[in-house]
Design a protein around this ligand. Structure first.
Ligand code: TYD
Ligand code: MG
Length: 455
């Protein structure tokens, strides 16, 4: 007889309790406990072909040989970059993102493009026809990509044993269910068990596995936090649905850095890799317009130039409006206060709107100076030359502060043909500008920037 047991799980953090409780002692959330029935039957084992447990024995660390940083090339440069050079055999990679952002498209494209490798694309979300339609849309054909529409892990493992693939994609972990647990697919205990079966499969066969995961309204990966601990790498796929740009970033990576970033553009025929992000983040214009300034910023480790647009106009109503897209509104208010108090610009009676081109959200403090430049340019109605860019932080007393990796920012601006870059005077030390043709202009105060730009 199967032994049934029911346990209460916190749907937020995955903590469990034998009884229902109102407030989760682990994460502090209220009303998140739900009952899940777990029955374990002794004769049902998770993965059919992993019974032959190898007996483990302690080994001195020098005697362990690694396969010398061997990586499987995904043939997708942006993905390789985020993974730290390719997939590590036997690793489990979780890809999270909002619905409709393009997770399935990304991984199907990777699966189709890896010619010469056998790939199993397991989907519990879509039918074979839907996948085929998407494959036609992205326009790649590959006879070695197999689609498995199945949700039971036991059946999936039987297929995988026959197929012997080089890569497995699971779309999505929330749709899988394992027989050894009775609760419904998508529940905490199911997600946890299925993920752990997938992880055992990956470690045993040395095949890399991609798991697609949904995210919750709050933006974290749905399912227990423990899921993130179990996998080797967690990737977030994000972007504004109204824009075509998508950013893939690693929030955890056991085999690489988490500061790398991949950029894609969603087009009608699939995702295009964007190797030069500045090309899309700076709008094409023929004539100079006021209120536009370019910042040389870093996203993770990647330098890119991005356009900041500001509109300053006399307030039509009593209370001036302040609005900002892609930039922290509080920080904008702070910069406005600095301009008002330290430099005497009368912006308190003006409406100020700020926009970061491309629908990107930026939190690099180095864009402060370009925000100020854009606001001043709009206020004065004097355009800034298109070949000028900025990279510095602005402090509360109106001082222009240094930022990290200034060489990288200058080099990127130089590479893209900018003629001048404004930086903090304190960033000048040790700067090696021998090879670059860009003119570096150090500034110390906001007034100095104003003088150099507009007078
Ligand atoms: P999808 O990969 O289904 O998202 P997810 O798996 O993250 O839920 O992507 C769906 C969106 O992408 C959908 O709104 C349509 C759009 N899309 C394109 O614009 N071009 C394409 O070539 C494809 C395949 C999808
Ligand atoms: Mg999908």
């Amino acid at each position: 007889m199967a032994k049934t047991k029911s346990v209460y799980f916190c749907q937020n953090c995955g903590a469990q309790s034998p009884k229902w409780i109102g407030k989760c002692p682990a994460c502090g959330e209220w009303n998140t406990y739900a009952e899940e029935v777990i029955s374990r039957e002794k004769d049902k084992k998770g993965i059919p072909f992993i019974h032959d447990k190898k007996s483990s024995k302690p080994k001195p660390v020098q005697e362990i040989t690694t396969s010398a940083e061997y990586r499987v090339n995904t043939l997708n440069h942006e993905l390789n970059r985020v993974l730290g050079g390719g997939m590590v055999p036997g690793s489990v990679i979780l890809v999270g993102g909002e619905p409709g952002i393009g997770k399935s498209t990304l991984l199907l494209q990777v699966a189709l493009k890896m010619k010469g490798k056998k790939i199993a694309y397991v989907t519990g979300e879509e039918s074979e026809q839907q996948i085929k339609m998407r494959a036609e849309r992205v326009g790649i054909d590959n006879e070695e990509t197999f689609i498995i529409t199945e949700t039971s892990t036991q059946v999936i493992f039987q297929h995988l044993e026959k197929l012997q693939p080089n890569l497995v994609v699971i779309d999505s972990i929330q749709t899988l269910n394992t027989e050894i647990i009775d609760s419904s697919a998508g529940s905490i205990s199911q997600i946890r068990e299925c993920a752990s079966e997938m992880q055992r499969f990956a470690k045993h066969t040395n095949v890399p596995v991609f798991l697609i995961g949904h995210i919750t309204k709050e933006g974290s990966l749905a399912g227990p936090k423990i899921l993130e601990h179990m996998v080797d790498t967690v990737l977030q796929f994000e972007g504004d649905r109204n824009y075509g740009y998508r950013i893939l970033r690693a929030t955890k990576n056991r085999f690489g850095s988490t500061s790398e970033l991949g950029i894609y553009e969603m087009q009608s025929e699939g995702l295009r890799e964007v190797s030069n992000p500045s090309e899309i983040l700076i709008s094409q214009r023929d004539e100079d317009v006021s209120g536009v300034a370019i910042a040389s910023m870093l996203e993770g480790m990647r330098p890119m130039l991005i356009e900041i647009q500001a509109l300053v106009s006399s307030a039509a109503y009593g209370t001036p409006q302040r609005s900002s897209t892609g930039f922290d509104l509080r920080r904008m208010n702070m910069l406005l206060a600095v301009l008002e108090k330290r430099s005497g610009f009368r912006l308190g009676v003006k409406d100020v709107f700020l926009n970061i081109a491309g629908g990107l959200k930026v939190d690099d403090p180095a864009i402060d100076l370009s925000v100020i430049a854009a606001i001043l340019s709009s206020n004065e109605d004097v355009p800034i030359d298109q070949k000028i860019c900025f990279a510095a932080e602005v402090g509360l007393s109106g001082e222009i502060r240094p930022v990290n990796r200034i060489d990288q920012r200058i080099r990127e601006a130089d590479k893209l043909g900018f003629k001048k870059i404004f930086i903090s005077k304190f960033n000048q030390k040790g700067l090696d500008l021998a090879k670059s043709s860009i003119k570096v202009i150090p500034v110390r105060k906001v007034e100095e920037l104003f003088m150099k730009l507009f007078q």
